[in-house]
Design a protein. Sequence first.
Length: 266
Amino acid sequence: MPEFDPDFEARVQRGLRVKMARREKGYSLSRLAKESGYSEKTIQNIEAGESVRRETVHTVFQALGLSLETSSKESRILAADEAHGGYTFTQFDELSGFYYGYRRGFTFENDIFCTIYEIYWSIERNCFAFRELQKYHGLHISKDTTAHNGDIYISPKIGFINLLTVSLGSVRLVSLRRLGVDEQTIGGIVLTPSQQPQFYQPATSAIFLRRMHAGFDELVPGLGSIKASAPEYEELNETLADIERNLGLFALNLPGASGSYLRLAK
């Protein structure tokens, strides 16, 4: 029988704090290794709850702006409340990270619009949260150029992952679920207020998020509109079209329509 280790739970909690803080800052393992002066393997050992010298852990915490003393917020159980879906951090830890988000453009016909999504566990709000960063022509972007941000609601019954932005009574919803394409892609529909030439109006598009194993700075060059002439356009367009054929559904009553529903296919 393995020997009982009374410090194991404390090490696991420290490891989770390091992992969450690293992801919230957008640090890769190599970036944190450089900032702390230790190897990537050492960082991985801390995050995995392995036994590491206290002095080493203290230095890594300092590099992340953390204290070894656990605050009341950090000591809470990592579980969202019932309204958010009652999920726990460990249930959906694999969601954490950076993604490219692809949707139809609302401004230029046929364009595909690419943004950066970051998903992380918010210690402040005790749930998964997200930030979306967009880049338009002539706009300088930094990690603070946040176009949308909010909480993540996960339905335990139907499996949708809902990214909700609420600001001054305005609501934007991105509703996603895992696609059969691969484990790195989640797709669905975005409903957002779109600014047209004369007024705002509700706008919707198929959308999918694809996990990118890279840091924020490496992803920025890929942001913005993707034209039909771009080499990646055909594959991205087909993924969006597949979502439109299979996920989006409108209830309609149009003269001459053969059914009550219309898919989002063009």
